[in-house]
Design a protein. Sequence first.
Length: 244
Amino acid sequence: MMNLSHLKFDKQGLIPAVIQDWRDGSLLMLAYMNQESIQLTLEKKSVHFWSRWRNRIWEKGETSGNKLILKDIFVDCDGDTILVKAEPLGPTCHTNEKTCFFMRLHEDGSVDGIKTADGFGGGILDKLYRTIQDRKAHPSAESYTSTLLTGGVDKVLKKVVEEAGEVALAAKGGKKDEIIYETADLLFHTLVALGYHDIKPEEVYQELAKRFGTSGLKAKALAKTHTNGKARVKQAAPKKAKKK
């Protein structure tokens, strides 16, 4: 067994492990590991825990198929907590939610049981997207986002193109604050375009994750081959017979 003497396990030989989605930073769950489960996780690249109620080693997703594929592991400054970055193969929570953190604790200490995506994490882009979806579901004449969405796809895309041009001009000018400002505008309007088509940022993260570690030149070549292949199939398709 590997040497993990630098880790601080409790009296039961366990250490808490926080699980994070490596693609968008969402906190997925918290569980406990012992030395054996850590070693299995590192060896098999599939996250294993020590189940306190099963009283045995447990591979996440061993029955549901919703495994956690290991990407990286970190130890905190005191050596008494582990951070596991993983790629979830499906919902992490047994309730079929993306993460186990979906109920808010209120100031009075109560938990109302209402599920919310606010605890999923993912950062400001995901929060903006949820706001955009709310404006889409509840349009308001006083909302800029609502006016874009109700104006139709052409109005949305016109702003995306406009903001892309502003980013190019700012980058050409070389002023850092202007580049940041215009890029923020472009990101926002791109999110509006995604919201118009009900495409979640998470789906874009997944696409980027597929490409991560792959040569950009190779990816472009494969995409070109795929596109040309579809074009050839389209050209080779038999013509429909004319009606007499």
